[in-house]
Write a protein that binds this ligand. Structure first.
Ligand code: BDP
Length: 702
């Protein structure tokens, strides 16, 4: 009897433990699943004309998407470079060629036939991916008439990966670039990476960290770079390299790396010749100089323009460009940190060669959950500026927090600098239209790694996707892009799409709320930036410490950047100077960015600042609860493996959101000495406990 009973209870408990489902979609295919539903080629047959690597890729892509499925229509889908006969037959108009850039495309239907055409095979590839997007997002294909050119020319992923495959600020496993096995081992991931990028219009890559390693310019490593460049070329992607400014000394023992020294200039010219010998379409250099300990022209009392121009001169014969980063803050400066890039670069406006583009982070500090736009945008009419966005979530919860950054990127693009009156948006600075620049660029700090799903979180894929789509066309809305991504990645079921959109659209705001509401910033724990550390005050430089940024005291909280304080407001156009000067006219989201305000300051809704601040922290956590419940509701429409991954990440996010809320509220309470407003639950741990936590092995450290 007893033995039987034991057996029975075992049987019951085994049956109750559900075996997790690891089969199905693991996320590897990104937004190129093609099996969310079975679509058919929108024609009876396909005719891709051409015999280049790129046209082979196009055929392969249609085969992956449709297999042998064709529509009942009799017509043909023709993919062919533009010629007069095609233009006449499809009634494209006389000046169609003049309307297309080298990367642009047209898609036009005529009766049952459809044409994808362009001036180059890369244009055909972009057109093909666009048609696939139309099919898989279920747009009508009855009468198609599309002509598109990218609005920004150089759309580049910046990987912060190291030669040993560690990724600085990478949260998805080790680097996808295996330098040890290159150039021989051409991993499939490289091809899939290139396909994914091409499908969203990314046309440049910097495979290695801005905190550069001189070794990459040695002959051995350049062979590896060449192998990668050869793989990505047919996908329209150019290779760029981050370089170490001191390379002439480090690699060849020159006594100096002074940009005005003729031997140094010659060294770079010879290096450029060597690179172009191997990679004829090499894009150019990305440079972090005189920033956070990196060498640069400042080491020799030369300016950023001196340094950039030396490199630009070396690249010029081959049409290469220099992306020179404006993320600088001098090592010993007394000046408030947000002021420094502007003060260094505005005086140099007009001094850069015409193949230099200055790369500016979207905000004046450093990829915070929310920042105002960098005042450099609009302040350098004679210098083309590229915008640098961060796709990897260094300050937005790493890869376990669901943060759709399409909304952040949109906010950054649409910010109106007022540099030439209303409508002078950052997007118009970046796409060259505001100050009439031909050299245009945008960079996204990549979030890729070796995890099967590439980005560590299924939803983090949407940020890579959104970056590419916005880089191609910054007039697309974040909502439209989210909708596209969901349909190609997760489900086309309309109710589920709506639910998931309702998760994504406010998701970044939830993070702002539970980490840094009302314009607070840089409160992450030091070094790794994981979790809250608003109390940190012991780092080597004042401006590395969170206390530098929130300045909480018994009176109030926030940093005064008005004329009475650091006067950062003076770097903006008069329109913004006026608004930022007073708390009442400062957008609420940026209140404590620009002002130090008393705890009892009356907010527009009549609440005290303290109460409002605390409520935001709680609201952010409620947002995560909302995302969790929506995710449960869409379960029937989502692949089990994808579902499970996101479900677990949301659980981690929930724990960490509460941790952020409780630690922050308890800490600020030591200054405000006010109670948590009625009706809100009390924090779960004590401040001492939160302050005692350490994370020596947090991923992605610098
Ligand atoms: C900071 C990162 C650091 C980067 C730096 C940069 O913490 O790892 O090297 O930006 O952009 O946000 O150079």
């Amino acid at each position: 009897m007893r033995i039987l009973a034991l057996f029975l209870s075992l049987a019951v408990s085994v049956a109750a433990v559900a075996v997790p489902d690891f089969s199905g979609e693991d996320g590897y295919k990104l937004w190129q699943r093609y099996d969310v539903f079975n679509a058919a080629l929108p024609a009876g047959s396909l005719n891709v004309v051409g015999d280049s690597d790129t046209t082979h890729i196009i055929r392969d892509e249609f085969r992956r998407a449709f297999g042998n499925r064709v529509s009942e229509k009799q017509g043909t889908l023709i993919v062919q470079q533009l010629n007069n006969e095609l233009a006449a037959r499809f009634k494209l108009g006389d000046n169609v060629s003049a309307q297309l850039s080298d990367e642009g495309f047209i898609i036009k239907s005529l009766g049952d036939d459809m044409l994808i055409s362009a001036k180059t095979d890369i244009g055909l590839l972009y057109g093909s991916y666009h048609l696939l997007r139309m099919v898989f997002t279920q747009q009508s294909l009855d009468t198609v008439n599309v002509l598109q050119n990218p609005k920004i020319k150089r759309r580049v992923l910046n990987h912060w990966d190291d030669l040993d495959r560690h990724t600085e600020r990478g949260y998805a496993g080790e680097s996808i670039f295996d330098w040890h096995r290159l150039p021989v081992d051409k991993d499939q991931r490289y091809y899939d990476y290139a396909r994914a990028n091409a499908s969203i219009g990314i046309n440049g890559m910097v495979p290695l960290n801005v905190n550069a390693n001189a070794l990459i310019l040695t002959p051995m490593y350049l062979q590896k770079v060449k192998a990668l460049a050869d793989i990505v070329r047919p996908y329209g992607i150019k290779m760029y390299l981050s370089i170490k400014f001191s390379s002439p000394q480090q690699l060849d023992g020159l006594p100096t790396s002074d940009p005005l020294d003729p031997a140094v200039q010659q060294w770079w010219q010879a290096k450029a010749a060597e690179i172009y010998q191997l990679i004829p379409d090499f894009g150019g250099f990305l440079v972090k100089a005189n920033s956070e300990g990196q060498p640069g022209p400042g080491d020799y009392d030369r300016t950023h323009a001196d340094g950039a121009n030396m490199l630009a001169k070396a690249l010029k014969p081959y049409k290469g460009v220099v992306f020179w980063r404006a993320f600088v803050y001098a090592n010993d400066a007394e000046k408030e940190r947000s002021l420094q890039a502007f003060d260094e670069f505005v005086p140099l406006d007009g001094e850069f060669m015409d193949n230099v583009i200055v790369q500016v982070k979207n905000g004046p500090i450093d990829f915070q959950p929310r920042e105002p736009f960098s005042p450099l945008f609009g302040a350098t009419p004679n210098t083309p500026l590229a915008m640098e966005l961060q796709i990897t979530q260094e300050y937005l919860g790493f890869s376990t927090h669901l943060a759709y950054l399409g909304t952040l990127f949109e906010e950054a693009m649409d910010a109106d600098t007022h540099a030439k009156g209303p409508g002078s948006t950052v997007a118009k600075v970046v796409d060259g239209s505001l100050f009439n620049h031909q050299l245009t660029g945008i960079a996204g700090v990549a979030n890729t790694g070796m995890q099967r799903n590439w980005t560590g979180h299924i939803f983090a894929q949407s940020n890579w996707y959104a970056f590419g789509r916005l880089a191609w066309d910054h007039t697309l809305s974040a909502e439209h892009i989210a909708n596209e991504w969901i349909k190609q990645t997760l489900t086309v079921e309309p109710d589920a799409v709506a639910q998931i959109e309702a998760m994504m659209m406010p998701s970044r705001e939830y993070i702002v709320e539970y980490m840094t509401p009302l314009g607070l910033h840089h409160l992450m724990d030091s070094g790794h930036h994981y979790g809250p550390g608003p109390w940190v005050d012991n780092l080597g430089r004042a401006d590395w410490n969170p206390v530098y940024y929130h300045r909480a005291d018994k009176q109030g909280i926030g940093i005064d950047r008005t004329a009475a304080g650091t006067n950062a407001v003076s770097q903006y156009a008069p329109y913004w100077q006026e608004r930022f000067a007073q708390p009442q006219s400062t957008p609420k989201e940026l209140l404590l960015w620009f002002h130090h305000l008393p705890w009892d300051y009356t907010m527009p809704n009549g609440e005290t600042l303290w109460n409002e601040l605390v409520r935001y922290y709680y609201r952010g956590v409620e947002g995560v609860t909302d995302m969790q419940s929506r995710w449960q509701q869409v379960k029937p429409y989502i692949d089990a493996n994808q579902f499970r991954q996101v479900d677990m990440a949301l659980q981690i996010q929930m724990q960490e959101a509460k941790w952020w809320r409780d630690a922050s509220v308890l800490y600020f309470q030591t200054f405000s000495e006010r109670p948590i407003p009625d009706g809100l639950p009390k924090p779960e741990g004590s401040l001492d406990y939160y302050q005692s936590l350490t994370f020596p092995y947090a991923p992605g450290q610098g």
